[in-house]
Design a binder for this molecule. Sequence first.
Ligand code: MRU
Length: 348
Amino acid sequence: MPVKTICWANNSIKIIDQRKLPGELKYIYCRDLKTIWDAIKTLAVRGAPALGVAAAFGVLLGVSKSKERNTSKFIKEIESVCDYIGTSRPTAVNLFNALNDIRKLVRENKDKSVIELKKLIRKCAFQIYEHDRKVCREMGKFGAKFIDNKKNYMTVCNAGSLATVDFGTALGVFYTAQKNKREFKVYSCETRPLLQGARLTAWELKKSKIDVTLICDNMAASLMRKIKISGIFTGADRIASNGDTANKIGTYNLAVLAKHHKIPFYVVAPFSTFDLNIDNGKQIPIEERKSDEITQIKGINIAPKGIKVYNPAFDVTDHNLITAIITERGVISPVNKQNIKKIFSCYA
Ligand code: MRU
């Protein structure tokens, strides 16, 4: 079964240190704000839904030890903790949605005492955590309908239990299909530069006894020509109002290849990954990361010293390349502004 990636334990945030996988399954206890900020920045904890939970627990961690007794000064502290966590990584909107949930809660309860506000923040953080567990299982049920017996599927990066509390979005679809006794194969793209596909997806699918085969990213096209791939399943970091979707760098390549090879391309993401404040993917902030993630492997240089590097962590897939977005409330297809608006107006 999938693993538990993040939880609240004895006044600390307990996370799997994903930088150490697959070699070592090691846990870190974040007991202060700086430690959880660093864990987010350095990808010890990662994946959009897990980042939402990490942000919520991060605020809880940051404010629970406050000695402040004056409510308005305490609210200022909460605001600055939220601002600080918001500087960790820019693309996954789940992180900002969690911070905004807490900000809104505090605004609506600005007359309460410090103790009451602390209790409300705690309750809200736990709700975000439980909600993730629930919606991943709902998405799994909707998505598993697209998995057939004896077929081949592909995924990129890690949208599994390691990217959520404990079940996954895209990989949650595979776990549900497995539970429904489907037999199928998954090809995991390694996902350069940080190898989330090789280190994390291959690890968790193998551990869960799903038939997984690892490929280098540049092997996807030739594999699509050689065998029939019946669907590509990915997660998302931010989905704009029109369905344009930011996900791990390389996702857009796969979507273009999928169109050429007539392979359905599915994005599996909860409502908390939508950013309805932006019209399209051009407005999604894309994180650029340090050059040594490309020029070095485990500290060893693999490129000339001083070489110029371009290292965006995400790309944007146009909505018209996406066959369907699988959410906790159902499947959006065709992917367009009207259909997204419709599902949100029914349920949000
Ligand atoms: O840089 P990462 O590892 O945080 O990127 C994660 C991804 O791109 C995932 O595919 C995405 O967050 C969806 S996770 C369910």
